[in-house]
Design a protein around this ligand. Structure first.
Ligand code: SF4
Length: 251
């Protein structure tokens, strides 16, 4: 008798149903634990460590996850929606993520990811090939500044994004914008030059800073980060104009 295939398990901190901002239609967003970065503005510090934590994470096998997602399959179908894997950094659990994406594909779910693309190419590329839609962050174009703001340099991230834009045709670049940290015109111009002419680019979406996650730091016993601010609406519009000036779509 053939042995039953083992369903890999992953660590998740939230499954958000009825999500409308993480891809097409009505979606379920699966927030996975584990992130190699430590962004100064992070609103999800409960995602940082990959281990389950009381109140901030649980283990699920792929079979269990897909069974939960199936509850909303009719809404995905009716709205053109599906499932989005977010985090944390979903690529930090590559074995589980790959198996979950394959199972979601077999179930007929549209599959998207929100990622920072900080992962070895050989792990990231086969995962990107399983996705219908990709949201990927660019946090800063200077590697020195990127390291100061997130704890890691950006060379591998930009290489992954360049590769992704050649192979995939539904990529949205998301830029978390924080006043004084990465919202200067020089940084956005450098990003637009990097993206100019990219085949698979759907557009650039600015995500203004919010402080909704600040209360979680104390609850996790982490130092509370210094206050940050979102760019003023006028400045945001100026940056969107800059994106359009380069022939790119500002979403
Ligand atoms: S990549 Fe996302 S989850 Fe990770 S530290 Fe940065 S903002 Fe937080």
């Amino acid at each position: 008798m053939a042995a039953k295939k083992v369903s890999p398990a992953g660590t998740i901190f939230q499954i958000q149903r009825w999500s409308l901002h993480d891809g097409e239609g009505i979606r379920s967003t699966v927030f996975m634990k584990g992130c190699p970065l430590r962004c100064q503005w992070c609103a999800n510090p409960e995602s940082w460590t990959a281990r389950p934590e009381a109140g901030f994470g649980f283990r699920l096998t792929v079979d269990e996850l897909v069974a939960k997602l199936r509850r909303d399959a009719v809404f995905y179908r009716e709205s053109g929606g599906g499932v989005t894997f977010s985090g944390g950094e979903p690529l930090a659990q590559p074995v589980f993520l790959r198996a979950a994406l394959e199972a979601c594909g077999e179930a007929g779910f549209h599959r998207a990811i929100e990622t920072g693309a900080y992962a070895p190419r050989e792990k990231a590329a086969p995962i990107f090939d399983l996705l219908e839609e990709i949201f990927v962050d660019i946090k800063h174009m200077s590697s020195t500044q990127h390291k100061a703001l997130t704890g890691k340099p950006n060379a591998g991230i930009l290489r992954n994004i360049g590769h992704l834009l050649e192979r995939h045709d539904n990529v949205t670049i998301r830029v978390p914008l924080v006043t004084g940290l990465n919202d200067d015109e020089a940084n956005i111009k450098a990003m637009c030059s990097f993206l100019h002419g990219a085949r698979g680019l759907r557009g650039v979406e600015f995500m203004s800073y919010h402080n909704l996650g600040v209360g979680k730091y104390a609850r996790l016993g982490l130092p509370v980060p210094p206050p940050h601010a979102a760019p003023a609406p006028g400045h945001l519009e100026k940056l969107k104009d800059l994106v359009r000036f380069f022939g790119l779509t500002a979403l």
